[in-house]
Design a protein around this ligand. Structure first.
Ligand code: NAD
Ligand code: ZN
Length: 258
């Protein structure tokens, strides 16, 4: 994208945000790559190195210890990561009253670390885990200690059943509460920003379509084409950590002038 064309689009998106009544953001793994967490399907994605079948519920049930080894790697990289310029820009957009909700496919907790308050986690979180027998929830810190004391897979101190991660694995349903909130937010917004998602994972990929069919404009910011570019009103190809802070900085200037 030429510099002048990119700048023009950045201004246009800022103007659309300022003129919108309700803005929703849908974020994917691409917003966290600049924090050092690899995405799944991008150019340096995890699935280029690891077989995705490891993240199915069937694999977990058959090989909980092997799944946990993989999961501990995900938790360690997320816990060590810090929000990047894109997360921080999004938190600022919320704090100046120009962003209603963040719907995220991410499990890394970086939106909350950046300061966003209204975050809907569609795929769960790495921060907690739960017992498959009695349902008791444990923080990662507690489970880490259980693993250090007793090995893999971690077992619930209360009932002895296997503890599972609080993330949605492949072939599992999404949590109904989060999904309902996400659809409501998509139907109520008049502008949706889609940030760093390949839009190939269902049902999250339906959300921009839902927003669009309820009259919202859809903006896609991504490094490469997505599966749903055809519904976008504006598409910007670029790095989120560079593009999003520029958009938010224009929004701030436009709001302070009006
Ligand atoms: P994805 O891996 O399918 O797509 C990520 C997209 O982001 C790619 O199209 C890539 O080109 C783009 N991208 C990467 N870095 C970017 C950058 N700096 N700026 C702009 N675009 C960038 O991710 P998805 O659509 O979120 O779906 C993957 C699934 O993976 C989700 O279910 C999610 O739960 C899970 N996941 C989460 C994390 C996390 O929590 N950080 C990390 C990996 C995977
Ligand atoms: Zn238990």
């Amino acid at each position: 994208m030429e510099d002048a064309e990119l700048e023009g689009k950045i201004m246009e998106v800022a103007r659309m945000i300022v003129n919108a009544r309700r803005v929703a953001a849908l974020t994917g793994a691409g917003i966290s790559t600049e924090s050092g967490i690899p995405d799944f399907r991008g150019p340096a994605g995890l699935w280029k190195r690891v077989d995705p079948s490891i993240a199915t519920i069937d694999y977990f049930l058959e090989n909980p210890d092997k799944y946990w080894e993989f999961h501990i790697g995900l938790v360690s990289s997320a816990m060590a990561a810090r929000p990047n310029a894109a997360h921080i820009a999004l938190a600022e957009l919320e704090s100046i009253g120009r962003l209603d909700c963040v719907i995220t496919q991410n499990i890394d907790g970086l939106h909350q670390k950046a300061g966003n308050k209204n975050v809907i986690e569609l795929h769960g979180t790495l921060a907690t885990d739960r017992c498959m027998g009695c349902g008791k929830r444990y923080s990662w810190e507690e489970v880490n200690k259980i693993i250090k004391d007793g090995g893999l897979p971690p077992r619930c101190p209360a009932c002895g059943s296997i503890i599972r991660p609080d993330v949605v694995l492949f072939n599992e349903q999404l949590p109904a509460g989060a999904l309902n909130k996400a659809f409501r937010c998509s139907m109520e917004c008049d502008l949706m920003l889609v940030l760093g998602s390949s839009l190939t994972v269902m049902p999250a990929a339906y959300l921009p379509e839902t927003a669009k069919s309820h009259g919202a404009k859809v903006i896609i910011l991504n490094m490469e084409p997505t599966a749903m570019d055809y519904i976008a009103d504006v598409i910007i190809f670029g790095k989120l950590g560079e593009v999003l802070p520029k958009i938010v900085s224009y929004v701030r200037k436009m709001v302070s002038k009006s």
